[in-house]
Design a protein. Structure first.
Length: 413
């Protein structure tokens, strides 16, 4: 029995890092920390994952190419590859215009732009890898009740009476982050008056691995390719209309989808449940504090217009683990103010740039002002003809631009 196991049996656990939140970003963070040999506790109120044959819940995520490289290094991608659908082409269109912006992977990159993966499969991959991680202890289903932080360490009390002591706590617990609230870190937030309706459809014809983004006055309407003849629908609708759309039966709901995008995929059938949630931009006033770091939606949550939410969380995890690795190799305190400040500086520009970009795109396209509509249509046509600009935009969307952490370049930190 190791020292950590003895502490666990006694109800007092000493680790290097405590990760609060065992979802997609929290699970990925835990595996990245394990790769450094840092003893890690993951506190998860629900559980790290589900079995691969669990009931499909209709939700999927876009994985940019850089994020896929990180998942491969961490051993997750071998579980996901058979179930992932590559995004080979992207078509962006405006309203009823016949003009559109076309990104062709053969012309621009020679590789897929990214992949669509069902969330249940990511959770299942995390569940398969975490139990084999030598340095990770998983506590679930359980919630933290109190957190005390000093200049020398962190103590977290769980609802079952166990106590975790660590040098650093990482909040990976989503938009309503308990860690962020405990640290009294305020957030800036505004609502768009839009709701995101998400579902999966089976269709008669092949999607040919093309992702479609169609801009309508109420907001973007995306059809994203999944494995087989299935697609994920991400439909932005005015919040006042969303409840009525959710209340429709399947036939009427599918008619609304066809009315917005046409029947180019043939007959549609709903697969799994529908989801609807209000859309808002949110970011924490700071992402680090005394022995504390926030990542993923706990730090910043954005409009789904570019499908970058999970990718930004993976970028956070990759940057944080690289900074921790450097400090650990030098024998420095991984929870020090200097260490965490380096992480915050690294991620500040990129995260705020993405927040601004998604906010700006949504505001630019989610209206029916005629002059703006004509300008948008012309702009899409012009960009489609400028190959260097298209290549630069694609590299940004693929997560390959800027100062990348090692994991995003397919290497260990």
């Amino acid at each position: 029995m190791t020292a950590v196991d003895r502490k666990l049996a006694e109800g007092d656990i000493n680790v290097d890092v405590a990760v609060i939140g065992g979802g997609l970003v929290g699970g990925i963070m835990a595996l990245a920390l394990d790769s450094l040999g840092l003893e890690t506790a993951v506190v998860d109120r629900e559980g790290l994952g589900t079995a691969l044959d669990a009931e499909f819940d209709g939700r999927a995520s876009a994985i940019a190419l850089a994020s896929q490289q990180a998942l491969e290094v961490l051993g997750l991608w071998r579980h996901l590859a058979p179930r992932a659908a590559p995004i080979l082409d992207i078509r962006v269109s405006e309203g009823e215009s016949l003009l559109f912006l076309h990104y062709d992977h053969q012309d621009l990159t020679g590789t897929p732009f990214g992949f669509m993966v069902e969330n249940r499969d990511i959770r299942a991959a995390i569940s398969a890898c975490v139990p084999r991680a030598r340095h990770v202890r998983h506590f679930a289903p359980v919630s933290p009740t109190t957190m005390q932080r000093t200049t020398s360490g962190v103590t977290i009390l769980l609802e079952d009476g166990r106590r975790i002591s660590s040098r650093l706590v990482i909040g990976a617990d989503g938009r309503g982050s308990w860690v962020r609230r405990q640290a009294r870190i305020s957030v800036t937030q505004w609502h768009y008056g839009q709701s995101g309706i998400v579902c999966t459809v089976n269709h008669e014809r092949s999607h040919e691995n093309i992702a479609h983004e169609h801009f309508l006055p109420s907001g973007p309407f995306a059809i994203l390719p999944l494995r087989g003849q299935r697609s994920s629908i991400v439909w932005t609708e005015k919040s006042a209309l969303a409840p009525a759309m959710m209340a429709l039966d399947d036939a009427a709901f599918l008619a609304e989808i066809n009315g917005r995008f046409g029947n180019f995929l043939g007959e549609l059938k709903i697969s799994g449940p529908r989801w609807c949630h209000p859309l808002a931009l949110q970011f924490a006033q700071k992402t680090v504090d005394t022995r504390l770091a926030l990542i993923g939606d706990a730090a910043h949550a954005m409009h789904p217009i570019a499908g970058q939410g999970l990718n930004m969380g993976i970028r956070d995890a990759a940057a944080l683990v690289e900074v921790l690795a450097k400090n650990a190799r030098l024998g420095l305190d991984i929870g020090s103010t200097t260490c965490l400040a380096e992480f915050e500086r690294w991620r500040l520009f990129d995260s705020h740039l993405m927040l601004a970009a998604t906010d700006g795109l949504n505001r630019l396209f989610s209206n029916d002002v005629e002059s703006l509509r004509l300008a948008r249509t012309a702009g899409l046509a012009v960009v489609d003809k400028i190959r260097p600009l298209k290549r630069a935009l694609v590299r940004e969307a693929m997560g390959l631009a800027g100062d990348l952490p090692s994991l995003l370049r397919g290497k260990m930190p």
